[in-house]
Every structure is written in structure tokens, then in C-alpha cells.
Design a binder for this molecule. Sequence first.
Ligand SMILES: [Zn+2]
Length: 412
Amino acid sequence: MMPLSLASLHALWSGPVDWWSVGLAILGIIAAWWALRGRRTDRLHCGKCLHALAQTRPDAIAAGALCPECGHSLSVAGGLRQTLPRPYIKWFGRILICSGVAFWLWNGAFEGFGRLLLPRYRVENTQTILGCQVVVSQPRWSDDLASPLVEVRQSGRVVFASTMSHPSVGSARLQDPFCEEPVTLLWVRSDSGGSLGLSETYAFRIGGGDAPLPDFLPFAVLHEGAFIKSTPEQAEPDIWIAYDLTYKYWLTTGVNSPSVALRGTPTSSKIVWSDADPSAAPDEVRLQGVRAKLRTLAAASETDAFAGSKSDEALGLVLDAFLELVYEGRSNEAWHFLRASYNDGLESLTISSQRAEVPRSLEALERVLLEQMQRSPYLGEILRRNGGSIAPPALPTTVPIQVPSNSRATSR
Ligand SMILES: [Zn+2]
């Protein structure tokens, strides 16, 4: 709860509109005061029923005189009055005061009281995962820019708490390649929510086998990926999929950006990558399909004013298939596919591209591709899968190297 202080009282005041409502209430108070003072008359009245008396001066009232109308004693204090009330103005003043206060409350003071008295976060959902209570809370007020709050409690004690954007939680069961025992993890993920797909996953080891661990141990902090849940009926352990964002928005726009992923099993020290799966790479049918699509795009772009978007689409298709081949350990095939694609229309399409950074020759394209792959955080694993090298094979030289005729004579 927010501590009550002078500074926190500003929550009760939201600005110019509140000055209007205070002005309204002050006018009401003036009207009410004026109504209370009453209207002065030149006659005396009974203090109870306001009956106009025959006498005009208080000293003309005899001691013990009674009101001829209601029998109220006129000689007691307050038994006589020389003013008459103004009931309409009194009500008008009351209405002004009430509407001023109501307007102030409606304009934000209600919320201000709420901010002073209620906790900043409101629980959105509570779930029990692996015996832990996971509570996700959202900021209570819509203009509060704070991120949602995730708390993990074990037997009532908060063992983890952090603000996270677009939080999600779950559990995973991993077969640690270094241990016999499967590892059970509780994970909490913070997701940037943007199309770039940045995320951080905090994994905590909950228990080994049947015996729960006494402490809440951090197991791993993983970036840009997700656990693939195996169905509860299946005995297989879960797998971590790491998304390589190195090629996102590089040479191509968002929708055409290639997406490549690596599968592995996180351990407490590193991710142990699964072996490359050549069957997961694009097969010959898909590669031929990409090349056919390139020829169609290249033919259509000759008469098209929107050749730039076709170039982007073509480059995206080729890079996607190329990278998938490399990431599954088939880099030689990947380079051959790239060169074939270049002849099939990628050349004319990239030349018509509106983006300055798109390379305009095969040599330049191969060079920037190799450079970009070297920026990948998974470069070591990519190299391992490709037998230590992902460099393009030497291009067949069409022009034989000219040896000057006199070189042999002078070199001696
Ligand atoms: Zn009277």
C-alpha cells in the first residue's frame, strides 16, 4: 500500500476541472450562508411557525406571551425572529455544494482515494504449477505504465518476484544429458511483445524425482526461445527451441524475414544442442518450388511497378531455405542452391530492389551472407554441424589465370 503523505495527496487533485468544481462548491456555500442569514422584515415573527405578530418591537412583547397561532412561548431565547428564511436559495446553495463535490469526486477524486487506499497491483490470475503458487498481477490503473508483476510462492513464501512484459508461465521436464534423473523446471517468460520476438525465460529447478528440493534454485536464464511441451501422455522430455533473430529485418522486411531455429536441451551450464536433422531441412521438392517461384516473380516484375516488394519476397524465400539447409548441416547444398537461385531470377530481382543494402552481385551476396552468419550467437553450433566450415565452395572460374609469357624467364 502506498504510504499516506502530503505528496501522495496530489492523487486527489487532477487539475483545472477540479478548480471548476471547487468554484461551484464555494458559490453554493455563499448562497447557503446568504439563505441562512435570511430576509430582514419590519415585523416580528413567531420563532417557530413564522406567524407575523401584531407587535413591531421586541420590548412590546409581554413576559410569558404566547404565539396566537401555535402557542409557542415568545419570550424565551429564539422565540422571536425579525428575519424570514430563504428556502429556495438555501436549496439552490445545497445543490451547488453537492454538485461541486460530486463533480470533484467523479472527475478523479474517487480514483485518487482508490490510489491512496488500494494496492497498486491487482491479481489477474493465480495458478499452481509443480506445487508452487504463481501469481500474475496487473497495474490497477490504466494510466500506470508499470509492467505486470509475477510472483512465485512456495508454501506461502515469495521465492521469486519480478516485473515482466507479457508474462507467461509453465513447466518443463528435461532429460539432462549429463544426469540420469530427469529435471523438472518451472519457467517464467517475459516477452517483448513486438514482432522482433525478444524474450527471456527464467527456469527454476523444482524437484528431482519424488522428493521436492528445499530451495528454489535458478536453473537457467534463456533468451529468444520457447519450450516445446510434450503432451502429458507422452514420455518424451521437453525440448528448448532457440530462435535465431540474426536475420530478422536484415536485407528483408518483417514478413519476409527468414526464421531459423535450433533445438536443444538446457542444462545448468549451457544448452546441449540436438544433432542436426538433415530430414528437417528443405527437401528437393521445396527447393525446386522456391526456384520456380523465383522465375515467376522475375517474369512478373519486368512489367510491375512494385518490383521492390517482389524482390523482398524472393530474397526472403531464398534466404529462408538457404539458412535452414546451413543450420541442418548441409551448407554445401545451401551455397549451390543460392547460386542456382541467382541464375533463376534472384539476380534481376535484387537489382530492381529499392533497398540500398541488398547486394547487387552474387559475390557480394555470398560475402554479406557469410558475414551475417558469423554474427549469429549460435555460430559455434552451426560450424560444428557443418564440419567446421560454412564458407561457400570456390566458384568455377570461367577465365583461366593469365600467366605473363616473360614471367618464367625473369623469375630465374
Ligand atoms: Zn407561532
